[in-house]
Ligand binder design. Structure first.
Ligand code: WT7
Length: 670
């Protein structure tokens, strides 16, 4: 791991000069205040927003992080009331930004694009909020959303917040099984989707996936009352040219409703529901190491403050900038940095429906050029995939507007960092390597773009209000240089409040390992200059192209096959995806390890979880390396996956012959 020897890259002088935070000293001063006086620090920020019931300074901020002292909680601005959509839309319009563009929508096909101002966005949000109300949706009800990157997705989220409904978005790359599980878990009665979407040259029939999901919910005894469907395919250009898609998806009478049949008639005004600061805002599922997804719950006031503040400082967003985050709205990055953070700052964003590779491998660069993007936010896996096409294709476009470029989802390798910095950012734009999680609500570690020198591969320093600590296995704090568990010793406003329907699991998962600390599940190293380097997961989680998944969920899907008696999954380093899935399967007596079986298993994983979870390698393992107590030793399997025979101490293994056998049976393509 590179560390203090790695070169420092200083922010561009002009960027620094105009930045909200322009020096390391200024960062430190603000950071100190945020830790020593959180009420004052966050209070000044909170005053920029509208509170229907004013903030009570006695109840500004309270928490308990220590299970031995009682239940875990974390409350901000308790007692105050507000409405998020009011702050994102009405407030900005009052401040003179009504005609400002909130989103440039860029379709999959370059011929398709549109735009939406703040004023128009508010009207559309009110219309859909009224539709939801007319269908009986009330404050606190959950609405499940399965949508592509279209303006209606943003409208749907904000319409929920207008009336106090809790949105639960599921990434539209999850299978119908995964969606059904999430609908049932949050007991959503209303689903919002689109008929379908083109991603590159591929057509995804979203509504038919929803139909399958609703059928599965019904089998479980949960009936979805209504499915609202945006008619999207017939208004966009298909990859074969101007030909429009006219093949309408089947609709179930009484249950399914076309968006276009109900929204245009609805009223453009809708009085906001005033919400308590700690009322739920949304939930978002993330993988849990037991296999069952966790419904991370975020609440109103704290999340608003945190998404708004991180967006402003980490991207150094100024009113005339054009910001583009490529993340799908179905992930937390899409929530905090496509919707809430940008809108809270009256930002103009690009909302992109397509892929980096369509119609050509320069689409990202073409879009940056087209909209004169000033802040760009993407993932290391995308950067690595695009590096392969060389510099020439990047240089065809004018990217000189870029000031800040973000990275998120996994550690970025220095090689990809340098390419991003030099080829895309012309050694002028600052890179912000933002470490955070679905649970943290917003960025928790990064370097601020105008203030702090960068190190390729290091996330850097804590954001305001965040106090990172490194602990050793015994829970002892590692001060100064060293590596350990990355934990946080106090909450910040955006940290999740609970897991939906399971506060026990919340306490056990995040707070039981080290009393008094929120445990991220990641390891990190602090170098001599104080930079934090996130080293990756320390639990049984995998990160494939920035998608977090648990070994347990993949294993349980593999063992659903009648011929698989046992499965173990580990991460193997992958040049583009960061990590890929290397699976070991033990077959039952009737099973035969052949191409047909491998194909079946891969398809099964795609269908049960989603295409992004497809295994790269499935190896036959007549036996798995286990301790005498029966625990699978994944450490050894990780060595087999990379064909590294330095397996270390295997004295705790029940049968040592297993290891040699696994190396001998590695498939030729592995
Ligand atoms: C996990 C959280 C936060 C939005 C996207 C993923 C890894 C994320 C970084 C980074 C190193 C990172 C961690 C973390 N991760 N960003 N900049 N450097 N690792 O959200 O699905 O909740 O995943 O992603 O392992 O725990 P998520």
């Amino acid at each position: 791991m590179p560390s203090e020897q790695s070169p420092l890259f200083y922010p561009d002088l002009a960027l620094s000069k105009n930045a909200y935070v322009s020096s390391s000293a200024e960062y430190q001063q603000m950071y100190k205040k945020s830790i020593e006086n959180p009420e004052e620090f966050w209070g000044e920020i909170a005053r920029q927003f509208h509170w229907e019931t004013p903030i009570d300074s006695d109840k500004f901020f309270r928490y308990n992080f220590d299970l031995t002292k009682g239940p875990i909680f974390n409350k901000w601005l308790d007692g105050a009331t507000t409405n998020i959509s009011y702050n994102l839309l009405d407030r900005n319009i009052r401040n003179g930004h009504g005609d400002k563009i909130a989103y440039y929508w860029e379709g999959n096909h370059p011929d398709d694009y549109s735009r939406l101002t703040y004023k128009k966005l508010l009207e559309e949000v009110c219309r859909f909020a009224n539709v939801l109300k007319s269908l009986g949706v009330k404050k606190g009800d959950r609405v499940a959303i399965y949508m592509p990157m279209i303006l209606e997705a943003v409208i749907t989220l904000l319409a929920c917040t207008r009336i106090g409904a809790v949105h639960s978005l599921v990434f539209a790359g999850f299978s119908s099984d995964s969606f059904a599980e999430r609908i049932t878990d949050c007991e959503a009665r209303i689903i919002v989707t689109a008929d379908g979407v083109w991603r590159g040259e591929k057509l995804l029939q979203l509504k038919s996936i929803c139909d399958q999901a609703m059928a599965k919910c019904a089998q479980e005894g949960h009936n979805v009352q209504h499915c609202i469907v945006v008619s999207h395919l017939e208004r966009v250009t298909s990859p074969s040219g101007s030909q429009r898609h006219s093949n309408r998806t089947p609709m179930t009478e009484g249950r399914d409703i076309w968006w276009q049949d109900v929204v245009p008639q609805a009223s453009t005004s809708c009085y906001p529901e005033w919400m308590q600061a700690e009322d739920p805002l949304f939930m978002l599922y993330t993988s849990g190491s037991t296999g069952k997804p966790k419904g991370v719950l975020h609440t109103t006031a704290g999340y608003l403050l945190y998404a708004a503040t991180t967006f402003k400082y980490v991207f150094d967003y100024k009113l005339n900038d054009v910001y583009w985050c490529t993340a799908d709205i179905g992930w937390i990055t899409g929530h905090s940095y496509v919707v809430y953070g940008p809108l809270a700052n009256a930002a103009t964003s690009v909302l992109f429906e397509g892929t980096p590779f369509y119609p050509d491998n320069d689409r990202f660069w073409a879009v940056i050029d087209k909209y004169k993007v000033t802040q760009f936010y993407t993932a290391p896996t995308a950067i690595r995939a695009l590096m392969k096409f060389g510099e020439q294709i990047v240089k065809k476009h004018n990217l000189s507007t870029l000031k800040v470029m973000g990275s998120v989802g996994e550690p970025i390798n220095p090689e990809a960092w340098l390419w991003y910095y030099k080829v895309v950012g012309h050694e002028k734009a600052s890179i912000v390597d933002t470490f955070w999680q679905t649970e943290t609500g917003g960025h928790v570690l990064t370097t601020l773009p105008g203030a702090l020198p960068m190190k390729p591969g290091a996330a850097g320093f804590p954001f305001f209000g965040v106090q990172p600590v490194l602990l050793d296995e015994n829970g002892k704090e590692i001060k100064g240089e060293g590596e350990g568990y990355l934990v946080f010793s106090r909450p910040w406003p955006g940290l999740m409040r609970t897991l939906y329907g399971s506060h026990d699991r919340y306490e056990v998962t995040y707070f039981s390992k080290f009393p008094g600390y929120y445990c991220t599940g990641d390891g990190a190293r602090r170098d001599a200059d104080g930079y934090l380097w996130v080293t990756g997961r320390v639990d049984d989680m995998l990160n494939v192209s920035g998608h977090l998944m648990s070994t347990a969920e993949i294993e349980s899907v593999l063992t659903e096959h009648e011929h698989v008696s046992e499965a173990a999954v580990v991460a193997k380093p992958h040049p583009v995806k960061g990590e890929c899935l290397y699976c070991f399967i033990t077959l039952s007596e009737q099973g035969t390890y052949n191409e047909a079986l491998l194909k079946e298993l891969k398809t099964h994983v795609r269908e049960r979880i989603g295409p992004f979870a497809q295994p790269d390698v499935i190896q036959n393992a007549p036996a798995l390396p286990k301790t005498r107590s029966g625990k699978i030793m994944r450490r050894i399997l990780r060595k087999v996956a990379v064909n590294d025979r330095e397996v270390g101490d295997i004295s705790t293994l029940a049968e040592t012959g297993v290891v040699e056998q696994l190396f001998a049976m590695r498939p030729p393509n592995a």
